[in-house]
Structure formats: C-alpha cells, structure tokens
Ligand binder design. Sequence first.
Ligand code: MG
Length: 270
Amino acid sequence: MSTARSISWVVATASLLAAGAMTTAMAAAQGAAAENPKATEVRTPVPPVVTPGATVGAPPSDAIVLFDGRSLSEWVSAQDHTPARWFVRDGVMVVNKAPGVGNIETRRKFRDFQLHIEWRIPADITGSSQWRGNSGVFLASTGPGDAGFELQVLDSYRNPTYVNGMAGSLYKQSIPFANAARKPGQWQSYDVVWTAPRFNADGSLKSPAYATVFWNGVLVDNHFELQGQTRYIGKPCYEPYAEPAPIKLQAHGDPSQPISFRNIWVRELP
Ligand code: MG
C-alpha cells in the first residue's frame, strides 16, 4: 500500500468509527425521548378556530373583506381621503383613469397581513411594456400618489419589459421566480404575506419589510427583503412612516384600457 493510500484508509476508518459513535449517541437520545414524549408536547396557546372559505380563494371566517363586488365603502382617495371614485360594474371594481382621480387606498390600516386580491387585464388591452395594463398593489401606502411599497400589476403575457418591473415583481426590487401570467381577459390572483418594516424611535430602520407572493398559485417571491420604499428613479431606501398603513391600488397614467379587481380580503397577522 502506498503512503497516500495508507493515509486515505486511516481517514476512512476513522470516519466510520466516528459515524458509529454518533449513531450510538443518537440512539441513546432517541431512547430517552421515547421514554417521555410529553416532555416535548406544547399545549398553549391554542390557535383560534378559523373556518376556511368554501372554495379556494374565498375569504376565511376571520378575513376583513375589502371588496365583495358591491361597494367601495372600504376605499378612499389616496390623495385626499374622500370616497373612492373608481367604478363598480357587474360585481367588479374598475380603475378610473380620469385626470384628478388617482390611486385609492383602504380606510383601514394594517401592519403585517395575508392579502388575497384578484385582477383582470382587459381582453382588448393595447400598448406594450409598462404601457399595457399597468396598475399596482401597494402593500403599505406611506403617502399620497405612488408613495409606498408596490407589488406590480401589469399584462406580462407575452409583453416583455424590464424583469424587475413585470407582474409579480416588488417594483424595481425583486425579479419574480417565474412568469405565471394568464392571457388578458382571464382573472388572475395574488396571495401575499407582508411583514411591514419596523422603525426605531429615532426613525432609523429596526427591521426591513418582507414579502412572499403567490401569483396564480405559483410562488414568485419568497420572503423577499425589500431595500426600502419603491422608487421609479434611483435606489429604494427606507423612510419612517406612520404605522400601521393603508393598502393602496394604482391608477397608472398609461393610456391602455383600465384593469379590474375583485374578491379582495386581508387577514391581520399576530
Ligand atoms: Mg404599477
């Protein structure tokens, strides 16, 4: 046996012996646990009972319904907090792109939540890139206009644009793992888990925001750490804002046909 082979034999033998010792230790530990299973059983706190929706996407019993197809009573203008002036037609909410109307946001304010929202690009959509069915869901609205953290809404079905600005992106921050777009004219869904940022008393960042996004059931952002509020130009950065904050929907200035929303609900997280 060469010296090199001899050394490798010694190392291999030592590894096997170590593995044997580990197995014995693990078996002893497992044996101890088997003797007292109650030592690892937790009895409190008991989770609250929540009745799931009757169908996938329907609001569970503890959800706050933000739009049920009938009224915009949960929504106000993001500019001046007067009643929202978007349209309700045939059980769906339609963006009002008229000048001076702008974005709408929830009357209620939220911190960490689970959000379900459905949206539809019109079948007759025109335009390209960012000028084709652009809207957005701001997971926290931190001021008027587009201030906040935007989850992009866009027609991304065979409509190339910069990838950190397509549907499923945290606008100009994340690139979605996949393009799960349905054709214009079909309803699509976002299911989002949002963890709001926290700020220290002096306004410095205590902990960043995180977003997990399922687009039509496909995971596209997984606990993504945001670098700050959305910026159209320049890098995102955190600025302290009044918490909790509304959820906001975007009336984008592109001239393409307005998109629709339906079945919007939120569950506040503990
Ligand atoms: Mg947008």
